[in-house]
Design a protein around this ligand. Sequence first.
Ligand code: C2E
Ligand code: MG
Ligand code: MG
Length: 535
Amino acid sequence: MAINVIGCIFCLIQLRAAALLVIFTVLVPFTVHFVFTGIAVFIAIACNVVLVLSAMLFVVLTQYRTFAELIEVQSALVARNQSMKALSDANHEFANIDALTSLPNRRYFFGELDSLLTAQLSEGFSLGIVDLDGFKPVNDLYGHTAGDKVLAEAARRIRDVSPEYVFVARLGGDEFALLCENDSSGERLKAAAEKICEALRQPFFSLRTSVHIAGSIGVSVHQGPGNTAEHIYERADYALYYAKQNLRGNVVMFSEVHETELRDLHKMEQALWAADLKAEMHVVYQPLVDTARGQIKGFEALARWSSEILGDIQPSLFIRAAERTGIIAKLTPILLEKALRDLRHMPSDMMLSFNLSVHDLCSPQTMVSIIALVRAAGVDPARLEFEVTETAIMVDFDQACDALKLLRNLGAKIALDDFGTGYSSLIHVHRLPLDTIKIDRAFVEDIETNPTSGNLVRSIVDMSRNLGVGCIVEGVETERQVELLRGYGLVYMQGFYFGRPGTADDILKLCREGLPSYLPASGAGVHAAASRSAA
Ligand code: C2E
Ligand code: MG
Ligand code: MG
């Protein structure tokens, strides 16, 4: 019986209550019965069993404590594992999900892109980049909270209209990315992208007022092997760039033509890296004319590049390549130094306009070297006017404003170039330290046939008058344009009609000979001078 009990206790050792029940159920009647027999041997056995079961009782109690501790440790371990998992989930979300829009973020997107590339899908895939048009002014005008609301709403619309097979991510700022598997022609993604553009075109009511923005999308397709994530991304980015320049608010597919352009751009970038900038870059000057007095008031410095490898390249192309490669930081001081050197030889009443790029405004080093060059040049800074475009200012309004104030403090003037082609609003123009607004030539091109252009010019002139800033119009090519523009109250003009960009010597000659006084009826005198300068 004792052996049975001991066996039972061993089996029930982890269940303390059951083991104790067995011990007491057996021990008490067993001992009582054996003791009351009065037989010495039985009494001895009863004592023995009491001693053994007492020892067993001790074992049960201590063993159970260890067992309970074990369970406790185990449940603590499970709890810890659970909290670790929750933490790692949160970490994963933090690292891969964008907090504002709850979309996968840039890191997640590039991870997905890499895995699509390594998966070597037989069907290929397509990639799209979405960029919101006109988002920055909303951010600047209504504040970052309103901007965040618009972004979250834009993200929701993009996700809602995208089919299940399109992976949507936010790359940062107002840029989103789309990935579509099994799409060798890009048609599946194109269809989705068109829906996205349509959805983004609808007004945003999340603010007190309704706001109109749009989305441009560039799409590229990956088919065969040999492409890296950078290649595919760069192509979509180029298509996006094309859309932003030419087809805002629409989808552009990366094409063969873009491939050639991109290759040319790379060639140009390489030639720029290899170029001896001081030797290959030079500056030409185009007259800025005061039509009321029939006199030249100054010149705009325009960069020219005679590349040893590629020949003559248009500034609109190489300036962009210089900006992309960061070479602009070296180029601007070189061009400015040359322009300042020429300015020293020009009559002291002539002023010089010099173009700055967005990178110049955003780079403290470039600003420091510009200021140092102007100080060292020995010319009155009041003779200098720096031209910046609206789009450059919109990249980082506050930093641009600070940079312009620095130049203003130096004594130089500031002109807002290509006005009317960007997104700047009256509020921006009002907040900028401006001296002149340069009306873009797009308004002049059709002024003879399109009354809307004329009305726009008239309202820009009125606006600049109210703001107390000067106004000049560029791209004037015909006598009729001059007459119309004069009628709208414009005095200062620039364009091929008055003179094409020429070398410093041409300009000196023009200064010596001067422009005959402006004759609105014929303009012949001015044109004659223009032809001379063009020659
Ligand atoms: P921009 O500053 O607006 O310069 C005016 C452009 O219009 C010049 O083109 C000029 O040649 C052209 N233009 C002037 N009058 C007429 C006209 O009557 N009709 C037409 N169709 N065009 C006219 P360009 O020299 O090709 O320069 C293009 C752009 O490249 C400039 O536009 C400016 O944004 C940029 N750029 C030129 N030089 C520099 C520079 O030194 N630094 C920077 N950052 N950008 C520069
Ligand atoms: Mg300019
Ligand atoms: Mg311009």
